[in-house]
Design a protein around this ligand. Structure first.
Ligand code: SF4
Length: 412
């Protein structure tokens, strides 16, 4: 199950990352995820983020197996009668592909999976809103759930009690987007866009900007209203969640970029490992350092969810600031490093210029900032800047870089 013991008899949890396509899945594993959850093109929420063909799923399983990681597949739609067509065969294909677990929100799909693909672990989706031990035990005993993904609305006390009393494993969210409603119990998107949030079509209507009226008069046309919640960020809750015995720490975000996946996975990997090595909580100074690494990926305000108790109105974003909080740009990925020349070939993503200060984010660590003395295109011509995405350029890097490392730049 990906659980590793460490001192004080506290188990080291699985770090579970999201991936919207094969490339992001491999990135998550390279940057330290113990498991990755992905979605096929059918039967999954976030179907718009799901670009995995069955062949991609097979490749993801093969790569995961080489690296001692696991693949979980979301089959978490709230199905209507017509949604079952082809589902049994799909579950069998997942089992044959080497998938370890499916994440499910429907008792009918759980029963079908037990019958058609009994080797697949069943993980109860957060869509089931499990907030108490009785519900968790019900899903384990009656429907054979191996793991229960806890509702994001659980307090730490809820997490402790459920994990202690339920014999199935528990999985808790540690980072990413939140629903303003109980996850899976929302029809905002259905009403406003005719896109069914529980069949993969959420339009995130809670995050739109709204004009607010009272008795026909607009209250303010300067500050538009949004219901959107801040994102979850749980650096401070990692140790209590480990003490509670939670088996898996989940990062939300199958719609997120490769850079986000690499940055957040890497940051939580280092945090969890450092706590494990320490055998207990970290100093405030070390926690502050880890928080900073996590926030290098964020472009939204964050809060620590419900773990500390009921979330206040300050957990909502009333006046959305778009990308105002983005603090790093993803410039490209390393395709090769030449030790003799001390240069790297970069597949570009965003504009960068000669003399700019940049940094390499790598599964092997975060290196010091360095300046780019020159940039050459594929023909060896010197450039003052790399302006085109998805082309290859050469730059000097003053330390060893590795294939698929990420080149990034801090925004001043
Ligand atoms: S509209 Fe917002 S609250 Fe509703 S399901 Fe979508 S993300 Fe969640």
């Amino acid at each position: 199950m990906g659980l590793r013991p460490f001192s004080n008899n506290i188990r080291k949890p699985e770090l579970l990352a999201p991936a919207g396509d094969l490339r992001r899945c491999l990135t998550a594993i390279r940057y330290g995820a113990d498991a990755v959850y992905i979605g096929g093109r059918s039967f999954s929420l976030r179907s718009r983020a799901s670009n995995f063909t069955m062949d991609d799923i097979r490749q993801a399983c093969a790569f995961a197996s080489e690296h001692g990681a696991r693949i979980h597949v979301t089959v978490n739609i709230i199905p209507h009668n017509e949604d079952f067509e082809g589902l049994g065969e799909y579950l069998q294909q997942l089992q044959e592909a080497g998938v370890h677990a499916i994440i499910v929100a429907s008792p009918a799909i759980m029963a079908l999976a037990r019958e058609k693909a009994p080797k697949l672990e069943i993980h109860c989706s957060t869509q089931l809103s499990v907030t108490n031990a009785g519900a968790a035990e019900f899903f384990r005993k009656k429907l054979g759930a191996d793991r229960v993904v806890l509702a994001r609305e659980c307090t730490m006390e809820d997490v402790r009690k459920i994990t202690e009393k339920c014999e199935a494993e528990t999985e808790a969210f540690i980072h990413g987007g939140m629903c303003v409603n109980y996850s899976g119990r929302c029809t905002l998107s259905n009403r406003m866009t005719l896109r069914d949030a529980n069949r993969g079509g959420c339009a995130q209507s809670c995050r739109w900007l709204y004009h607010l009226y009272e008795n026909g008069s607009e209250l303010s046309n300067e500050n538009l209203m949004t219901l959107g919640s801040k994102d979850l960020m749980c650096a401070d809750w990692i140790w209590p969640l480990m003490q509670a015995g939670v088996s898996s720490f989940k990062i939300e975000g199958r719609m997120k970029t490769e850079y986000y996946v690499a940055c957040v996975v890497s940051a939580y990997r280092h945090l969890i490992d450092e706590i494990a090595e320490n055998g207990g909580p970290l100093s405030e100074e070390r926690l502050a350092w880890h928080r900073k690494q996590i926030m290098y990926a964020e472009n939204r305000s964050t809060f620590s969810g419900f773990y500390g108790g009921r979330a206040e109105s300050s957990s909502l974003i009333y006046h959305m600031t778009s990308n105002a909080d983005v603090n790093h740009d993803f410039l490209g990925t390393v395709k090769a490093y030449d030790r003799d020349k001390g240069t790297a070939l970069i597949e570009t993503r965003n504009l960068f210029s000669r003399d700019e200060a940049v940094q390499i984010l790598s599964p092997y660590g975060i290196n010091d900032t360095f300046r780019i003395p020159w940039i050459r295109d594929e023909e060896g011509n010197e450039l003052d800047a790399s302006r085109r995405p998805m082309v290859t350029v050469e730059i000097p890097v003053p330390f060893e870089a590795h294939e698929e490392d990420i080149l990034r730049r801090a925004r001043i």
